[in-house]
Ligand binder design. Structure first.
Ligand SMILES: Cc1cc2nc3c(=O)[nH]c(=O)nc-3n(C[C@H](O)[C@H](O)[C@H](O)COP(=O)(O)OP(=O)(O)OC[C@H]3O[C@@H](n4cnc5c(N)ncnc54)[C@H](O)[C@@H]3O)c2cc1C
Length: 413
């Protein structure tokens, strides 16, 4: 009989249904829950391949958009295993918050990334050899079997194991000699869990720019071990490359923007795809109208990411309607959102706080436009974020040390 507290051959654990609904996320959470304790910390680094995801939660697509919240995942895992046995898993959940807090206090890192990314597109347009290397990498035609397989996995499924992301990023930067910014852009376009902070900062970490001079080098022996021999790219990887460097960039933390509060008793609620769980928002007013601002990430090609996002948005609208007993239309543009808000006849619109990135920039434009109509856009920050982000002034250790305190109160959701 297996000594594991779960059935490792359970199909619900092995296979992931990547549907963007809350129901599908909760099914995955329940299937994975028994495996979130010590088994997770022992086995999580192995990439078993796309047909077996039994050793990791694969919850990132739902967590990244808060279709399910970090708070409820940690509370369920704590109730099942307790802190000591589930500490490794809980730490991983907090990595997302750490990256978000880190970037929120250093938005200039994202600004620089975006400037570089756009400038590089012009460089590629002028350099045929670079353009061809880039094309081959994105098509999975480099001849490095593991890299090509992971790229195809990314573009067809929209998801990769953490270790595979590290290897792909490392090979992209150090073996294929491609700009990290274009790799981060490629990941962001395809990942179901695309998260501005986790993605940009993880690429910087692999490159050796986050922890200056400390990069991550993919090695054939490590890949062989952690893919259980599926791949062994011996002699194909640049295993002695040096870390990247960059022009000076100030990365000292600045103050976090303060949280905002509602003053009115009747408000409109505008949801967006950085936070799709209106049921647990810290709302103190009656919601008299609701809407969802369509994600700027939804592109014209209906790949896995588009499908996931569209489904997650529809699902959130349905839950908005059920929760607040109002119609909850999708707003395709800022102009639509503006006329919806003006038509509601309220003076405050509540919206979940969006961390620095495309949605936050969208909301900043909307805030200015609403102000011209005498309407305040109030960005509600969750206590989860307010408690974790200030701990991201330095390395992850500072947040990790505080984990027992952070999780102590979570059972009361
Ligand atoms: C180059 C690179 C790019 C990445 N881009 C993204 C991204 O765009 N979006 C994204 O969500 N994650 C990103 N990650 C982090 C990580 O790979 C994924 O969050 C993780 O693989 C998700 O798998 P899981 O749900 O099975 O995680 P589990 O191992 O089951 O962990 C549980 C949860 O913890 C969080 N988590 C785990 N590891 C990390 C991590 N290293 N950083 C942040 N959160 C973590 C996720 O919410 C995850 O669902 C990136 C990592 C690298 C190396």
């Amino acid at each position: 009989m297996s000594s594991l507290p779960f059935d490792p051959t359970s199909q619900a654990l092995i296979r992931v249904d990547w549907t963007g609904t809350r129901a599908a996320g909760l099914v995955r959470l329940e299937a994975f829950l028994p495996a979130a304790g010590q088994a997770y910390s022992r086995t999580r680094n192995t990439d078993l391949g796309p047909d077996d995801r039994s050793n990791v939660s694969a919850l990132s697509p739902w967590l990244a958009r808060r279709v399910i919240t970090e708070e409820e995942v940690v509370a369920r895992v704590m109730a099942t295993h307790g802190f000591v046995k589930a500490e490794k898993f809980i730490q991983e959940v907090y990595w997302r918050s750490y990256w978000k807090g880190w970037l929120e206090m250093r938005p200039q890192v994202l600004t620089r990334f975006n400037q570089d990314r756009l400038a590089l597109k012009h460089v590629v347009a002028e350099d045929d050899a670079l353009a061809e290397r880039l094309r081959r990498a994105k098509a999975g035609e480099t001849g490095i079997a593991c890299f090509d397989a992971w790229v195809r996995e990314l573009t067809t499924l929209g998801w990769l194991h953490n270790h595979a992301r590290m290897w792909v990023a490392s090979i992209w930067i150090f073996t294929l000699d491609l700009p990290w910014q274009l790799g981060a852009d490629f990941f962001f376009k395809h990942l179901l869990d695309a998260d501005v902070a986790s993605n940009t900062l993880s690429w910087r970490w692999v490159a050796g720019l986050h922890t200056k001079g400390k990069h991550y080098l993919a090695r054939a022996s490590n890949i062989e071990t952690h893919t259980l021999g599926r791949f062994h790219p011996v002699g194909q990887l640049a295993e002695t490359a040096l870390p990247l460097s960059e022009p000076f960039l100030e990365t000292g933390p600045s103050a976090l923007p303060v949280g905002e509060v509602l003053f009115e008793e009747r408000v409109g609620l505008l949801l967006h795809s950085d936070d799709l769980h209106p049921e647990s928002l810290p709302l103190t007013a009656k919601v008299v109208g609701a809407a969802l601002l369509r994600s700027p990430e939804i592109g014209p090609v209906d790949g896995p990411k588009n499908k996931f996002l569209r489904r997650a948005e529809q699902d959130a609208c349905t839950r908005l309607e059920a929760k607040f007993d109002v119609a909850a239309p999708l707003m395709a543009s800022l102009e639509e959102a503006l006329s919806w808000a003006v038509g509601l006849g309220v003076t405050e619109i509540a919206t979940p706080y969006a961390p620095v990135g495309p949605i936050a920039w969208h909301l900043a434009d909307l805030k200015r436009a609403l102000a011209e109509h005498g309407i305040r856009l109030v960005r509600l920050r969750r206590s989860w974020d307010s408690r974790t982000w200030p701990l991201a002034t330095g390395g992850f250790f500072k947040l990790k040390e505080k984990l027992p305190n952070l999780v102590r109160d979570l059972g009361r959701i």
